[in-house]
Design a protein around this ligand. Structure first.
Ligand code: PLP
Length: 231
């Protein structure tokens, strides 16, 4: 069996087990296969085993792959987004997970009108560990950003994405996942999320996705554990 197939089966088993342990329906958790620095062939192989969502960080790199791959693939943008590249991202991706300021949100919203595209689902990237060097809106500023974004008609906030402080021990990361869910629920209770009950929480990577699922992740972004180490 190919390595990608083996890895995919193992990850799917672990997703199911983590969901079960937490008393959750495994269907609530979707795998985003992070394919940055991986070839179109590798992506296509994972796609042939039923993996349909892929995450990319760099617009140029993604564009070359998206053009040659199956249009049924669902592409999530998970890289840092600049407002002058928003139109490109809106054109290429099905979901943008990394909206973290009003300027970028506005640029996406405007570009959708120009592209005559339907509503674009987005996630707000929250800097849940309040780390100065990282992107993401600070937790305490998230309500304000959501309020400012309510006027934007073409992008629809479906939830939150986080990259907590790194630790080799997933238990050290657990509190950040928990805080993310609590923040999301509090913002929903304040009426700042127009999602019909469901809130997407994109959290957890190769080293800690099982803990993230136990804490409520609905999207886990896994690269290395699926495709192997990146160059
Ligand atoms: C690269 C990346 C991942 C995947 O990380 P792995 O440790 O390889 O699973 C997830 N999310 C984001 C935002 C990334 O940039």
């Amino acid at each position: 069996m190919s390595q990608i197939k083996k890895n995919l089966e193992l990850i799917r088993d672990r997703i199911n087990n983590s969901a079960c342990r937490a008393g959750r329906d495994p269907d609530e958790v979707r795998l985003v296969a992070v394919s940055k620095k991986k070839s179109a062939e590798q992506i296509n192989e994972a796609f042939s085993y039923g993996q349909s969502i892929f995450g990319e960080n760099y617009l140029q790199e993604a564009s070359a792959k998206i053009e040659q791959l199956d249009p049924l693939i669902n592409w999530h943008f998970i890289g840092h987004l600049q407002s002058n590249k928003a139109a490109m991202a809106a054109n290429m991706f099905d979901v943008v997970e990394t909206v973290d300021r009003l300027k970028v949100a506005r640029a996406l919203d405007r570009s959708l009108v120009e592209l005559a595209k339907d509503v674009l689902p987005v996630l707000i990237q929250v800097n849940i560990g309040c780390e100065p060097q990282k992107s993401g809106v600070m937790p305490q500023d998230t309500a304000g950003l959501l309020r400012d974004m309510q006027a934007l008609q073409n992008i629809k906030v479906q939830g939150f994405m986080v990259m907590p402080p790194f630790s080799p021990d997933p238990e050290m990361v657990r509190p950040y996942f928990k805080q993310t869910r609590e923040l999301a629920l509090s913002l929903r209770d304040q009426g700042l999320l127009a999602t019909e009950g469901k809130i997407e929480l994109s959290m957890g990577m190769s080293g800690d996705y099982e803990v993230a699922i136990e804490e409520g992740a609905t999207l886990v972004r896994v690269g290395t554990a699926l495709f192997g180490k990146r160059p």
